[in-house]
Design a protein. Sequence first.
Length: 193
Amino acid sequence: MRKIKMIFLAGIVCLLCGCTNRLEVCRDLLKQGKYAEAEAVFREEITESVQIQENMDDERKAADAKVREAEARRGLGIVLYERQKYEEAAAELKKVLELEGKETPAIYNLIGVCAMNLKDYDGAIEAFSAGIALPASEDQEEANLVREMSYNLVICYEKKKDWAGAREAARAYAEAYPQDKEMQKELEFLETR
């Protein structure tokens, strides 16, 4: 039994060496729109990472496997989002955060948009608010995502018919992005509610 366990662990360690390549292959599959193939590989990566964490006595290797799992779940969440499996996508992306994966505006935006598609406006508000609250970044893509989340926050409050929340979110948006005339008009409307 011990010999089988050692062979199993040796096989897992060998897989650790190839993880970067596997995740790169998955990213390429994502870019090519090959979502079913990417999903299968991400799921394999998650399974193997979890097994390593459960069977590894070496804390460093277990921690590396946890990082691998978080990255694979992030990729799987994106695949599921692209396949419009919003509930599953949000669950995977939330697991990334539970695994202490990197918090980014992108992950909170995806969780929020998934929640919006599921008409879970409270969940969307929570996700967008968390993403907006992250420290400001110099990266233009992240800045654009924060702006998008700020806009979507207004929409979510409106969908809930929470006019006070919508006004507050619209004021914050209009203050941060005064050049957006559409939101200025929306704020004028909300002030009458």
